[in-house]
Design a binder for this molecule. Structure first.
Ligand code: 5GP
Ligand code: MN
Length: 339
């Protein structure tokens, strides 16, 4: 039996073995795949009669608030005591769409102190080892992997329309609306199954792609017009966005979502880097075309990692130093690639 099937059986045995309470944690700055997988799992646990709560270190961006359970998430930033009490009472902790507790912000400490069983469901490379590590780095989205797990244990009939919407939201966003990591036929079979289970594709699309604010659109326009720079020697676009600029456009979590992809529409650009100044750190976000592994660059210099074509990291240096570090390592990154 393959490793994944063994893990799936272990999860089935765990959940059938008298589990009463679970906590579910997405990664910091959650995206559609993180919140979609948490929401779908939470609805599933409800059906199984297992009390559960999604905990988050920061907040759910407004554009994902339509997802099931998103409005009942408890944030460690808002109520750390409540987070801790949920953790203390739980017998299972689910880590969704991330491969390491260090992707959980301040919840990392509670995760590391957790005494119950830990289950990871994720599609990032190099997963850390927990009690049940369900990891498939080849999968386009954690939501697709979760679908596979649910189908294998309970059959797809257990999937409600709300669960289907949540799973589809993750699949849709992690593939950039089926534009990357989207050549696996299984992806479309999964979507077909979700449609049969009541997925409302138009509803999910409208809620993700047609709910922007004027501030978000103007911020996007401004960074493309005024911040975007194309490197003179290498096929790379860099967009540094300062805290001042974010404040000017009344920035809310999620308002820069998707911006890093825009420069890839230029034929000559193969890598796009968004450098965002935050109050306590500088966030790096990278996207690439084809065979360029930006995760390697993020791991080496930016305390991060991710997927070959979509990675990120963070720096605890000034905004100017972060820009300098990106520009100062471009040459080395491309030259190592060519060797
Ligand atoms: P984004 O650019 O959307 O913030 O992140 C893209 C991908 O990069 C994420 O799905 C995640 O896999 C990875 N990533 C982003 N930030 C970090 C980080 O700080 N550390 C690690 N290990 N991966 C990150
Ligand atoms: Mn994901």
């Amino acid at each position: 039996m393959c490793d994944l099937n063994v893990k799936i059986e272990q999860l089935r045995d765990l959940l059938n073995g008298g589990v009463k309470r679970a906590v579910i944690i997405p990664h910091i700055s959650p995206d559609g795949d993180a919140m979609g997988s948490c929401g779908a799992l939470s609805l599933l646990l409800d059906k199984l009669g297992i009390q559960n709560q999604i905990l988050i270190c920061d907040s759910v961006p407004e554009y994902l608030q339509f997802l099931p359970k998103a409005r009942t998430v408890v944030s460690n930033r808002v109520d750390p005591e409540l987070c801790e009490s949920y953790m203390m009472a739980a017998d299972v902790l689910f880590m969704m769409d991330h491969n390491n507790p260090d992707r959980e912000g301040e919840l990392q400490l509670l995760n590391e102190a957790f005494m119950g069983k830990k289950v990871m469901i994720d599609h990032h490379l190099e997963p850390s080892s927990v009690d049940i590590t369900i990891s498939e780095p080849g999968s386009p989205a954690t939501c697709m992997l979760l679908y596979k797990v649910i189908k294998a244990i309970w059959g797809k009939e257990i999937i409600s329309a709300d669960m289907a919407n949540a799973l589809y939201a993750g699949i849709n966003t992690d593939t950039g609306n089926f534009n990357h990591a989207a050549s696996d036929p299984e992806l479309y079979r999964t979507v077909a199954d979700l449609l049969e289970q009541g997925l409302d594709r138009d509803y999910v699309y409208a809620n993700i792609y047609q709910v922007s604010s004027l501030d978000k659109l103007r911020l996007t326009g401004n960074v493309i017009l005024n911040d975007l720079q194309i490197h003179p020697d290498y096929p790379i676009a860099v967009i540094p966005v300062s805290l001042n600029e974010l404040e000017h456009f009344h920035y809310k979590d999620g308002d820069l979502e998707g911006v890093v992809n825009i420069p890839l529409s230029i034929a000559a650009v193969k890598v796009s880097v968004l450098i965002t100044e935050r109050k306590d750190k500088v966030k790096i976000s990278m996207r690439s075309k084809g065979d360029i592994p930006v995760n390697v660059w993020c791991e080496k210099y930016f305390n991060g990692g991710g997927h070959k074509n979509a990675s990120g990291g963070k720096l605890e240096v000034s905004f100017a130093e972060a820009i300098e570090l990106v520009n100062g390592t471009v040459r080395e990154f491309f030259e190592e690639l060519n060797n």
